[in-house]
Design a protein around this ligand. Structure first.
Ligand code: NAD
Length: 476
């Protein structure tokens, strides 16, 4: 199989192309790297019908058989890891270390989710009467993914959906469809036909999915704005929804930290994946006692981070993934400049090719400035000064988002007290971005609805079903 040409969709276990295509662009060079099939309505309907046909046999397979096949998906990714890493860098832009992390994570997630099962719960088992609650699959699931971690976030949906007994129609972002299409191709002949269908197209294809009567659940990762639309249109047949949306995560740095060591952690916390990370530290609250020293250490370390084409050796951070996001960031930087914010580093965008934004650090802009209140989704980090713990908790929570947060302090108990008052689905203390297939992940407020990972996440791909049996009733 050639990873670098012939991109086709996977429906009913076979390759499908389309009359229309769209371009995939390498964001580091702006070169067109592939023609991507653009599914029309008829192709979409075929994909859903294929998933629907495959559902009865798949859902009736024992958990163990489904687990084994999902684990096998991890083997397939691992066997093709080098090609996936290269293709991921070409289509997404991320540097090698980031691509290795994503592909390695995809393997691990398949294997670990494949160890999960939802056992029936015998609530009552007395003479002649049993009450048993079990979990049953939903049917056809629609998976819709964004462009920042295209394969990993697809696996976060495919693995639990299939283990729980559903079949799936998966739609990658039109900006990063290539790894997902090749993943679909690899599964042909491994999974029963129709269990996993991968189709590519624009946002309209996503809308068809959310309105489709035959799709019982949408599992979506992307922006809050799109999440709202999905919630509205999924109401037609009361689809189940899991929405993993945007964030504007605060990092709170207490005055007792080791400044130099923490600076390094914070730079990666903020800029990993060129800050195109839902849980990047996006507002950095620093206690006034160490503000100047930490700001200096951050700038000094950030200067050592190399931004460039992710395929080149020695590059740490790649470009912004697409022109639309690149323009948004230019606009955000222009707003900061117009408002006289002080740039400690970066802020200047060089002429292309490539959608490159330098690592940018802004010195204590006003709390209500756009660079603080908006999710930048790019390497632009505001440093914010605080004195009082109550004040910083209030400011950290003063956002419509509630995805994650981090607290940095030598006093872990004190940090934990703060963590308990932060409105977010995950709060890390003295570490960040440690995910696990067995740990629940999900947003509060407008960062989402529902959970991914862990048995809670698996349960979201099921209905609860209770059977009450009375063997002593007079009817028998
Ligand atoms: P996006 O919402 O623009 O697109 C995501 C996906 O939704 C794409 O596949 C797109 O084609 C599809 N889509 C667009 N309009 C649709 C519609 N009306 N109906 C159905 N589908 C539609 O998001 P993006 O720009 O690709 O991703 C960036 C956003 O994702 C950021 O806000 C980021 O914080 C968020 N994100 C969240 C998480 C998380 O786990 N919470 C993880 C990664 C990214």
């Amino acid at each position: 199989m050639d990873f670098f040409s012939d991109y086709t969709m996977t429906i009913e276990g076979a390759g499908v192309s389309s009359a229309k295509t769209f371009d995939a662009v390498n964001p580091a060079t702006e070169a067109v790297i592939a023609a991507v099939p653009d599914a029309d309505r008829a192709i979409f309907d075929r994909a859903v019908a294929s998933a629907k046909r495959a559902f009865p046999a798949w859902s009736e397979k024992p958990w163990r058989a489904r687990q084994d096949l999902v684990s096998k998906l991890g083997d397939l990714i691992e066997q093709n890891a080098e090609d996936f890493i290269r293709l991921l860098t070409m289509e997404q832009g991320k540097a090698r270390a980031g691509a290795e992390w994503e592909i390695g994570g995809s393997v691990a997630w398949c294997r670990e989710i494949a160890k999960q099962a939802l056992e029936p719960d015998m609530v009552e088992n007395t003479d002649g009467r049993t009450v048993e609650t079990s979990r049953t699959p939903l049917g056809v699931v629609g998976g819709i993914t964004p462009w920042n971690f295209p394969l990993l976030l697809a696996v976060w949906k495919v693995a639990p959906a299939l283990v729980a007994g559903n079949t799936i129609v998966l739609k990658p972002s039109p900006f990063t469809p290539l790894c997902t299409l090749k993943f679909g191709e690899l599964t042909r002949g491994v999974l029963p036909a129709g269990v996993l269908n991968v189709i590519s197209g624009g946002n309209e294809l996503g809308e068809w999915m959310t309105r489709c009567e035959d799709i019982r659940k949408i599992s979506f990762t992307g922006s809050t704005a799109t999440g709202r639309k999905i919630m509205a249109s999924a109401s037609g047949n009361l689809k189940r929804i899991t929405l993993e949306l945007g964030g504007n995560d605060p990092a709170i740095v207490m005055p007792d930290v080791d400044v130099q060591a923490t600076a390094k952690e914070l730079i990666w916390a903020a800029f990993q994946n060129s800050a195109q990370f839902c849980v990047a530290a996006k507002r950095l609250y620093i206690h006034e006692d160490i503000y100047d020293a930490l700001a200096e250490a951050l700038v000094e370390y950030a200067r050592t981070v190399k931004v460039g084409d992710g395929l080149q050796q020695g590059v740490d951070l790649g470009p912004i993934q697409n022109a639309m996001q690149f323009e948004k960031l230019k606009d955000l930087l222009a707003d900061s400049k117009k408002n006289g914010h002080r740039f400690l580093l970066g802020g200047q965008i060089e002429d292309g090719p490539g959608y490159f934004v330098p690592v940018t650090i802004i010195d204590n802009p006003p709390e209500d400035s756009r660079v603080v209140t908006e999710e930048a989704f790019g390497p632009v980090l505001p440093l914010l000064k605080f004195r009082d713990t109550e004040d910083v908790i209030r400011r950290a929570n003063d956002t419509e988002y509630g995805l994650a947060a981090s607290i940095w302090s030598a006093d872990a108990d004190r940090a934990r007290n703060i963590a308990q008052r932060i409105e977010a689905g995950t709060v890390w203390i003295n570490e960040i971005h440690t995910f696990s297939p067995h740990v629940a992940f999900g947003g509060h407020k407008q960062s989402g609805i529902g959970i991914e990972n862990s048995l809670h996440g698996l349960a979201e791909y099921t209905n609860s079903k209770t059977i009450v049996t009375n063997r002593m009733a007079p009817v028998s």
